[in-house]
Design a protein around this ligand. Structure first.
Ligand code: UD1
Length: 420
């Protein structure tokens, strides 16, 4: 079993260039199923979730090959069919294949999606939106079975700006007849990346604030596209710099996309400097506690709430952390307590009373971003820690130990089998 061995309290200094975003790459890969030709996606991160999405596409008879940082997807002659539940169960984003499969085959059968257990994560908004666009669904036996009855445009207003539902609805509307107007859509940068990609393939999608307008087209064609940089990985490095202390510059990020994080870090009295495509965080003095409420974009991203919470465990004063996007995304706090963190948690927010120093501990990640939080806490803790559960962390961070070691962290990946 693999784990991270971390000796904490080494200041983090240096520059970290961010690679492609998992949450952009996965919908783009799914959308490639709609394109009867070759799609070349560049800057695709080397992550287990990307591998699972590739296997899902292959189960539809699509050719997917990795070439360096690119993924080459050829969906010229897909076969369709039912996707193995062993694969859908490994990835939440498998639901993003609903619209592309309906578009390409006229029908789809998808076993329940897996992914991190951070909430119930229903797909009602996805299905309602796609139904308005002419599909029908049956969820008997836990499998979502869909049929495309017709390709019609619609006026849709989401009850909540769900990222995945927005992506599925946009994809379903691309080849509908007429103009679809999707209101209260998610505004995450990864949605814009999907729209840019599809527009490059022949789609006609425009955004006006939280409204996405899609004029249906009849065909899409292959081509190349470079995936957006990963704001969550960049944000994790910045939050780690605040937690541990040091001077870290993250390059190759859209600074606007991390505006909520930069502004929250400034509240904690970390020094934040933004340049055109980079953000720098310096912290030498004490960190102050700050309250947090997660929100859809452009609010503070739920994916960075766990590493922010980890930073607050060593800040002066009390911080109240309200997770408003996923109802069960504070579970990692129970592991943070093993480092000596002062966290009180009932059913509601987590109340974090900062301590002077954390102490090393053995902890286990139970979800991706919670795992990142435990890594940040271990980097800030006095003494040695072991972080287990790397299969979660590897879903969203390309060798997290390499990123932090390059910044001066004492962190290595080990296996319990070593020396056995
Ligand atoms: C995506 C991201 C994830 C991020 C999240 C919020 C990917 C692959 N994952 O997940 O990293 O944390 O956005 O920024 O891009 N909901 C419903 N009904 C639905 C759909 C969602 O009630 O039909 C609820 C969810 O249970 C959750 C909230 O809406 O409470 C947000 O979910 P959503 O925005 O859909 O997140 P994902 O697309 O799953």
């Amino acid at each position: 079993m693999e784990y991270l061995q971390i000796r904490g309290r080494r200041p983090l200094t240096g520059t970290c260039a961010v690679g492609g975003a998992k949450n952009a790459a996965l919908p783009l890969m799914a959308a490639a199923l709609m394109i009867p030709g070759e799609t070349v996606l560049r800057n695709v991160p080397d992550l287990s979730d990307v591998e699972v999405m590739a296997s899902l596409l292959r189960s539809f008879g699509v050719s997917v090959k990795r070439q360096g940082d690119a993924v080459v997807i050829d969906a010229s002659a897909p076969s369709g069919g039912e996707v193995p539940s062993s694969l859908t169960g490994m990835l939440r984003a498998s639901t993003l294949l609903l619209a592309p499969a309906l578009d390409r085959f006229g029908e789809v059968a998808l076993a329940p999606a897996g992914g991190c257990r951070i909430g119930e994560r229903p797909v009602d908004l996805h299905l309602r939106g796609m139904s308005a666009l002419g599909a029908s669904f049956d969820e008997g036996g836990g499998v979502i079975r869909g049929k495309r009855q017709r390709r019609r445009a619609a006026a849709i207003c989401l009850d909540y700006p769900s990222v995945g539902a927005t992506e599925n609805i946009v994809m379903a509307a691309v080849r509908a007849r007429g103009r679809t107007v999707l209101k209260n859509a998610a505004a995450e940068p990864e949605i814009d990346d999907l729209c840019r990609f599809l527009n490059g393939r022949g789609a006609k999608i425009a955004r006006e604030g939280n409204t996405v307008i899609i004029d249906g087209v009849t065909s899409l064609s292959g081509g190349e596209y470079t995936v957006l940089p990963d704001r969550v990985v960049g944000g994790t490095a910045l939050l780690a710099a605040a937690a541990v202390g040091g001077d870290v510059t993250v390059t190759n990020v859209g600074t606007d996309q991390l505006a909520a994080v930069a502004s929250k870090l400034a509240e904690t009295s970390a020094e934040v400097t933004a340049a055109e495509h980079s953000l720098r965080v310096r912290r030498s003095g004490a960190l102050c506690g700050a309250d947090l409420r997660t929100m859809p974009y452009p609010g503070f991203p739920t994916d960075l709430q766990p590493p922010f919470t980890a930073a607050m465990t060593v800040a002066e004063g009390t911080s109240v952390i309200r997770e408003e996007v996923f109802e069960n995304r504070l579970g990692f706090c129970d592991e943070l307590v093993k480092f000596g963190a002062g966290i009180r948690r009932g059913g509601g927010p987590a109340v974090v009373r900062g301590v002077e120093s954390l102490r090393g501990a053995d902890v286990r990640a139970e979800d991706l971003r919670g795992g990142a939080a435990l890594t940040v806490a271990a980097l800030a803790a006095e003494g040695e820690s072991r972080v287990f559960g790397l299969r979660y962390i590897d879903r969203g961070y390309e060798a997290i130990e390499t990123m932090f070691a390059a910044l001066g962290g004492d962190i290595v990946r080990r296996s319990t089998e070593e020396g056995a």
